[in-house]
Design a protein around this ligand. Sequence first.
Ligand SMILES: [Zn+2]
Length: 668
Amino acid sequence: MPSEPPSPSISDFVESNRLMPPGTPFPGLVDLSLTPYAREWMDNMAPYSGIQHQAILKAAQVAATFAIENIIGYWMKELPAAIMYMSGSRELLEEWGTKRLEPMIDSMGIRDLIISQAEQTFSKSSRRTGDKMYSKQFIGGFLKLVSAQAAASQRSDSIRVLIRDETDSAPAELKTGEGDYMTVSAARTKFFGERKKITDLSTPTTYDQSVIFPLYENGDRREYRVPCPLCGKYQPLYWLPEEGNFGLRADTTAGMIISAYYLCDYCHDAIFDTKKRDMFNAGKWEPTAESESKPFRSYQINSLYSPPGTVSWLNYYNEWKVSKGKPEKMRGFTNLYGGWPFREQGFRPKAEKILELRGTYKAGTVPSGVLFLTIGADVQSGKVKHSEITESEIKEFLADPKNNPDELPRIEMEILGVGAGYRTWSIDYKVFYGRVDNAYSGAWEKIYKWAEDTNMEFYRADGFMFYPKLMFFDSGDGNLRSVVYQFTGRGWSACYPIKGQGEMKRQKNEKVIGDEISELDALQFRHNTIGDQVLYTIATNYYKRHIYNNLNTKRINARVQNPGFCDFPREYGKAGPYENYFKMLTAEEQLLNQTFHAGSRRNEALDCRVYSLCASDVWLRSNVAQLRREYVSKGATKKEAEKFTTATFLAALIVQTKNQEYYKNDLN
Ligand SMILES: [Zn+2]
């Protein structure tokens, strides 16, 4: 335990204690004159400050992450305490742990204070499969690293210093409702009362989704005012270029932007970013609103304040220029450069528009063009209190219009028809209510009965019969996997549990089904064998992008639609069981970073489509791979076998399903 009293100022402490190693953007002793606005964020978190909570709504490259590293380092070294660092996602947590925390520990000379490193390193061998949690013990305290996902399940030690980073990147379901991770984690600082220290910071997402933005609004909304080098008047640097008679401008020669400058709001003279350092050092944070409580402050900052040597005003202007008028890009610019949430406009397909895609065929029937069927099913546990609900209780619950059926455990399922040229037809969408924890009762039993009654046969108008080739059931976090297996054990051969994962990168030398067909670096799915059980992991973002792109394919006035077209039965979107179908299919917002957020909207139809579409890829690729192997075993060379492609296989299916007439233009 340090014997001297702790430094009163975290910023002063950092400037005399932290040595940035070579290879970092600003090596040598920490120099806060590059980012003097970060001082207040640090000093608010010192024990002598009356501020208990701050929220920072920020753009990229504004030293906020740097400030929180310093806060943590200070509390580890100067006044050891119970510290928790929380990140919105597991991936970001891991990145922060390896790229920021460990170097900070070394650059502040606090490695020696850490007691046991053995089981807490970031090495591969210590990685656990479920939620990740790391901790560092030191005399008088500890530092815990958790993700928002793990926040609720954590043992509840009291925490004095709580840092919640990238709050907006947390999965949507953790942001609202009873167990939202912000409320759960804040509760852990209660024991410390007025001595608690909380910093929340994030690059925002959208007004709908942002966690940091409402916090900012409840605070005193500080802006950083800097003096004009020409007239001396204080003003904040306004984020959006070319607005009004002040702000960022650029000079263009022959279509090339050659320089950017900032017009003073008072003297309207041009300020160049070579003056940044002086302006920033003479700057000060000013509140623009009254905070909901005195010990709570909030801040907003954009990348015009990035330290010299990072984002220049010219970079900033260029980025705005290429984003302007393109909503997808403007969203990213607004969040990452402006540091403001984006107003959601047209980043998810409009449900009303998709209604136009609805065809004239009847749900449950197979239109011409369909070559094969797959099934994707989403298993929903519903509210815990309904987990063992009986059939009669379900009837009673659904009979009362005041009740929300989404609270019930259930399995939602899409039967998908797949054609050539990435055309799809939704054949039917079903919801089976009932408990989902037992393969012999509840919703599972209902599916079993339904399959028995229908024999899983689907018919085209001419009587041609189809049945699903492959069925994917979402097994959630894994707790339902064994139930899916039990269900498969009831005589369902082509039925597999799956789990979704946003993105998937191919691991070194990794092979998946049909690899001779695709050599992409990003995987669309992965197939793992655990014991004698198979599990498919699906890159959900890939399929969601694919679906959203294809939903743009407009219906044409012809019997045969264009490649990529998604067709839907005439009942979808109308009253009854299909009423919310299109709303669910378009529930998620596609963010600029290509991830998806559902918010509090129901998205089961989209999930089911992701699974049924992936099932169709798996089935196609397995068939092609199998046929190639057969050719080789019959004496063909590998090269000869490779002439057999997905297209050849689809062409064969066209003949087999008597769809030559439908595809005659495609085949030419
Ligand atoms: Zn001026």
